[in-house]
Ligand binder design. Sequence first.
Ligand code: ZN
Length: 324
Amino acid sequence: MRYDDSPPPPESASATDPDRPWYARRSTLVVAAGTLAPVCLAGWLATQVLTSTGPGEPAARGSAASASLAAPPSGFRDAKPGVTPSGSASSSAAAPAAPNGPLSGRTVVIDPGHNTGNFKHGSEIDRQVDIGTGRKECDTTGTTTNSGYMEAEFTLDVSRRLRTALEAQGATVVLTHQADRPWGPCIDERARIGNEAAADAVVSVHADGVSAGNRGFHVILPAQVKGGAADTTKIVGPSRELGERIAGNFARTTGSAPANYLGSGTGLVVRDDLGGLNLSTRPKVFIECGNMRDAKDAAQLTSPEWRQKAAQGIAQGIVGFLGG
Ligand code: ZN
């Protein structure tokens, strides 16, 4: 879900980084990616575990607040072609160990947004926590599809698939939670887990909950903020690179388009109101994989095969960012 309680920063139409290629033209992104030479990732992603989750628990309190997002006109990076996902379930029990994989010695923290138990713990998650630039609720329930599939189920499933994919490349992977606690963690703790792990990259997995007809994915990048314990000065640049790589690869593996309701078609937005980004000292982005309240997006989000493609795209973006 989105967290929209701050006024919108101005559109930064002149923010193009001259050092970065512009790949953001939506009409050419997938075609261009398909012309690139295959990379070493081909194959390993095809064998990742597919596990499905059942229908959702009772609906959490979803919300869709007004948009307050800026859209930097920056492009995706290197949407590398990997394997074409088969879409068929695999019976593989586990990813192969890859002690000498390209991500050997690297640590990735994955943050499954929300928690399926949050809606039962309103007082705990409503508690205000310090995000440096202000105070904000500990956590939120997340949204659901119209049929009740919870965002928190989705985020955990994608996160587990992502963990399997990254471990197969040799990465050390830490999840901020995995349904092993009744609620939370709070957003400040989610950031702290990445910081204390000295993560080389952190990705917080989400899906949005806005009105039907709004479709597509977007990656949220940290804004430059400084206040209290928050200082994103050192992570703004690398986080943008991480986000651009994830966006490009996610578009390719899933076939999804960048969001049609924010980000000006780039699939990238910058926000200064997210504690999980403001408090991070490590390169970090959020990804909103689609809109759970749109029937077409929901059909994808509830598909195990699509979630595998989503995890593949995120994983390939991380691998590219880390130079794997
Ligand atoms: Zn969310």
